[in-house]
Structure formats: C-alpha cells, structure tokens
Design a protein around this ligand. Structure first.
Ligand SMILES: O=P(O)(O)OC[C@H]1O[C@H](OP(=O)(O)OP(=O)(O)O)[C@H](O)[C@@H]1O
Ligand code: HPA
Ligand SMILES: [Mg+2]
Length: 165
C-alpha cells in the first residue's frame, strides 16, 4: 500500500510529557471531571498524565484498534467501557475521554457514540479529525505521521551533508 505520510513528526518523552501537561492545563480551565476514559492503547499515557495533574482517580479504558503500523483497517472495539462507568455517565457525571491523537476521526466517532455527553481531548490532531475533538494541543498536517516515544529508540542518523561522519 502507498504510504500517504510524507512527513514525520517524532516526539520525545520530554516533549510528550510537556504537551500532555499543556493539555491538562487547558482542561483545568473547564471545571472538574469525575472520571477519565482512556482509549487504549495510545491514550493510556496522556490519560495517566492528565489524571495525575487534575487529581482524577477514576480511570476507565476502552480498547480500540484501527491501524496496523501505518495502515488503517476497520475499527475494532476490543474492550468495551465497563457498565459502572456508563452508569456514572448516565447519572450526569462529567466524563473526559483522552486519546493520543485524532487522525481521520474514525476512532473518536466510535467512542463518542458510546459516551455522547463526554468531553473529548487529544494531545495532537490532524485536520480530518479535528472537528471530532473538543480540546487538543498541537495540530499537524494530514500527510504527517506522528512517531510516539514508545515506538522509538535512540539511533544513529546520517549528517545532513550526506557524509557518514
Ligand atoms: O482518528 P483515527 O484515524 O481513528 O486514528 C487515531 C487512532 O489511531 C491510533 O490508534 P491505533 O488504532 O493505532 O491503536 P493503538 O492506540 O493501540 O496504537 C491512535 O492511538 C488513535 O487512537
Ligand atoms: O500519525 C499517527 N501516529 C501514530 N499513530 C497513528 N494512528 C493514526 N495516525 C497516527
Ligand atoms: Mg489508539
């Protein structure tokens, strides 16, 4: 399959922590949330950082798989949101959904349907999916692939001049 991601945007742990904290600061201005739903797996890391910053102790997961490497397949919900959390939401609790990024918006659309009144937050957003998110920190172009720190390693890189040392 052709790779439409011409550009790459590698994110270090430091940068991801800073950007997730920035997301928490922005969310702090919206009042308090009763619980977080993290979209596993990518949403687990920012959800932990936001939960720590906003002192939210109830953290639930929903597991959604959409991509194999950089190829989008069909959306698969591998683990549903637990009934007690859905009950909490039905009772009027303020729920925050957290993911690492929104790309086409397909994952966000599916999870939003599960929790219609929830606030949806991501660290990064691409133009196609931006409308699906209530709060995000940084937008990158649609033809950019974001490389998260948990998918990276420190490795040699050739000099810009093209030489080998
Ligand atoms: O807006 P979309 O086009 O739906 O893409 C965004 C979703 O894709 C990635 O998850 P992925 O399916 O790769 O699973 P993972 O979180 O387990 O890595 C990412 O973590 C988002 O959840
Ligand atoms: O740009 C991306 N980076 C990592 N995972 C993703 N899942 C959808 N888009 C992306
Ligand atoms: Mg994901």
């Amino acid at each position: 399959m052709n790779n439409p991601n011409e550009k790459s945007f590698p994110v270090s742990w430091d940068q991801f922590h800073r950007d997730s904290r920035a997301l928490a600061w922005r969310l702090a201005g919206l009042g308090s949330f009763d619980a977080i739903v993290a979209i596993a797996r990518g949403g687990l890391v920012p959800a932990a950082i936001v939960a720590r910053e906003l002192n939210i102790r109830t953290v639930e997961t929903v597991a959604v798989k959409s991509y194999d490497h950089q190829n989008q397949g069909g959306i698969k919900v591998l683990k549903e949101i637990s009934p007690p959390l859905l009950e909490l939401a039905r009772g009027g609790a303020k729920i925050l959904i957290v993911d690492d990024l929104v790309d086409t918006g397909s994952t966000a659309r599916v999870v939003r349907e599960m929790l219609p009144g929830a606030h949806f937050a991501t660290v990064y957003a691409k133009p196609k999916g931006r409308e699906m998110v209530d709060t995000f920190i940084t937008e990158v172009s649609q033809d950019t692939w974001i490389f998260f720190p948990w998918d990276l390693d420190v490795a040699y890189v050739a000099p810009i001049s093209g030489g080998t040392d």
